[in-house]
Design a protein around this ligand. Sequence first.
Ligand code: GLU
Length: 294
Amino acid sequence: MPSTLPYRGRLAPSPTGYLHLGHARTFWIAAERARAAQGALVLRSEDLDAIRFRLDFADAMLEDLRWIGLEWQEGPDVGGPYGPYRQSERRGFYRAALEQFHAAGLIFPCTRSRRDVLEAIGAPHEQPGADDEPVYPREFRPPAGTALPPLGETISVNWRFRVPDDLRIDFTDGSAGRQSAISGRDFGDFLIWRKDDVPSYQLACVVDDAAMAITEVVRGADLIKSTFRQILLHRALGKTVPAFFHCPLMNDDRGERLAKRHDALSLRTLRQRGVAPEEIRAKYLTADFAEGRG
Ligand code: GLU
C-alpha cells in the first residue's frame, strides 16, 4: 500500500518551452503535498525527445522553478540516490522494460500510420484540440499468440502495448475523485516505443515512477486518461501502482487553457516584466489550494 511507504512525489516537466503559470500551479500543489506528508520531492526532466527539446529550455526550466520558490531534494542539479534524473540518460531502464514486455508477448509491432487509425475509426480528420491517442482498432492488431519479430538493437517500427479487451480500470484520484475507464473502448493499444527509437511518454513515465519509488503522482488533469494506460503498465511490470492527484487545469481570464498561450504567461515573461515571485505565489499559486481548484 502506498500509504505505508514514506511519501515521495515528483515534478516531471518537459523542456518543450518556457514554463507557464499553469505548470507552476501544479508543481506548487505537488510541493505542498510532499511537504504536508513530510516526504521527498524529486525533479525529473522529461527530455527524451532530444530533437524537439532545446537544452536552453532545460536550464531555464530549473531556474524558473527555483525563482518561483520551489525546492526539491533530488534532481538533475542536486543528484540523489535514484538518479540519473534526466530521462535522456535513462534509456537503459526503458529498454529493459521493453524487453520484458516483448518476452511476455504484451506488445506488438505496428506499421499503421496515425491517418490509417483515424480513417479506420471513421474520423479521417483530427479533432481540433484532440491531444490524446485515437483508439487503436482491434482489427489492426495481430492475433494473440502471433510470434513477435525480434526487437533488434535499433528500433525502426512503432511498438504498441496490447491492452486487455473490455477490462474496467478504476482508481480514486486525490483531487478528481473516482475515475473509471474500459480498456479497448475508452482507449486502445498505445505506443510504447516509437519507430524513431524513442520510448513513449507512457513507458518512460511508469518505469521512472516505479524506479524512483514515487508514492503519489501529482500532475495536470489533462493526463487522467494516460493514468489508465499507466496503471496497466505498472501492473505488467509487477510494480505497486502509485496514488494519483490530478490538479484542475488553469484557464486565463478569457477561459482559454494556459498551455495554449505558452509565452504570454510564461514565468520568464512575468519575471522580465519585473513581477515579483511573491506576487505570483499569492495571486496564482497559493490561493484556493486546499480545494485544489483551478
Ligand atoms: N512531462 C509531462 C508534461 O510536462 C508530465 C508528465 C507527468 O507528470 O506524468 O506534460
